[in-house]
Design a protein around this ligand. Structure first.
Ligand code: ADP
Ligand code: TRP
Length: 321
């Protein structure tokens, strides 16, 4: 099976990104054919500062590599190193009904947040479809928020297959329901844009500050508490196995549990969990040439995989004459 996903290089990484998508991606490299890329074209829809985008791209690469992505076992590249994706995106545009894009929640949400409704933002799902279809991906692991974009990719692929015969593989989303939406400090979806995230690679003090900001209800210490309604529990459980989760649940239900104490435990758990990765990330970022070489090799591998489908689609559409 071919598994593909991308992540935007905008801003720092948070627990939602890690548990919602990256962790699973990295696990896939062991048994499947993994394609993983940094979606820097997509990031341009919300970032015009070139220096920030370039820096973000290097950091995103370091993040993935530090967290365990192995460029020998996978294909790992930067989206804009393969301009083929733009060509395919244009071809797909001609099979994309306006209504399909107009219905996309992510576009509507971003506009509601005050992001300028430009064409890039509107056409974003078509480019994402191109990312997926260019590599004949079978499976696309994403968080729940990207589900509709996967449906757009499938719709476009079906339309083209209908017109030209079986060209594209129809991709399946892979959404892990147990972590589909990692909640943020305030219980809404953890997201960079809501300012409610817990970031992966923070100094101890800053990490502690974020954890302490988790919103809790005013139930007094001595009273029993409902773990399923508690933001701390919902985040903490991501780090626990079934037995540990049940034990924590019992502490909630028994009463006498202080949210402050659980926050402190959670802070220590997060710090210990990510400390080895943070060290690797620092080492990688101090040798950026090495990262560039890895990405250049990855782009070459990706281009090789994309060549056949581009030849076919150019022929079918008449671009090859
Ligand atoms: P953000 O919402 O912070 O801007 P992105 O849109 O860049 O995050 O998401 C990158 C990846 O991480 C996507 O696959 C997305 O589905 C996943 N993801 C982001 N936030 C969460 C979350 N709170 N829970 C689960 N997955 C998430
Ligand atoms: N839109 C995705 C996000 O914001 C990133 C992305 C771009 C992607 N192209 C993709 C994810 C293709 C999966 C497949 O998270």
């Amino acid at each position: 099976m071919r598994v593909l996903s991308g992540i935007q290089p905008s801003g720092s990484l948070h627990l939602g990104n890690y548990f919602g998508m990256m962790k699973k991606m990295i696990e896939y490299q062991e048994n499947e054919e993994l394609f993983c890329f940094i979606a820097n074209y997509h990031a341009q829809t919300s970032l015009s500062d070139g220096k920030a985008l370039a820096r973000g791209t290097m950091e995103a690469a370091a993040n993935f590599l530090a967290l365990g992505l192995d460029p020998e076992k996978s294909t790992f590249w930067v989206q804009s190193d393969l301009p083929e994706v733009q060509e395919l995106s244009w071809i797909l545009s001609n099979f994309t009904p306006m209504g399909l894009l107009e219905r996309c929640h992510s576009y509507k949400d971003k506009v509601a947040q005050g992001i300028k409704p430009n064409h890039g933002l509107f056409a974003y799902p078509v480019l994402m479809a191109a990312d997926i279809l260019l590599f004949q991906s079978d499976i696309v692991p994403v968080g729940k928020d990207q589900k509709q974009h996967l449906e757009v990719a499938r719709d476009i692929a079906l339309k083209i297959n209908n017109e030209y015969g079986e060209i594209f593989t129809i991709p399946e989303p892979d959404i892990d329901e147990s972590v589909a939406t990692v909640p943020g400090l305030d219980g809404r979806k953890m997201s960079k844009s809501y300012g409610n995230s817990i970031d992966l690679f923070l100094e101890e003090k800053a990490l502690r500050k974020q954890v302490m900001r988790i919103v809790t209800d005013p139930t007094p210490v001595e009273e029993p508490k409902d773990p399923d309604k508690c933001n701390i529990f919902q985040i903490y459980r991501l780090f626990l196995d079934k037995e540990q989760e049940d034990a924590l649940r019992r502490r909630y239900l028994a009463g006498g549990l202080s949210y402050g104490v659980v926050k402190q435990e959670l802070f220590e758990t997060i710090r210990e969990f990510f400390a080895p990765f943070a060290k690797r990330r620092e080492d990688l970022l101090s040798d950026q040439e090495k990262i560039r070489t890895i990405l250049a090799n990855g782009a070459e591998k990706a281009r090789h995989s994309a060549a056949k489908i581009m030849r076919r689609i150019r022929k079918k559409t008449g671009l090859a004459y």
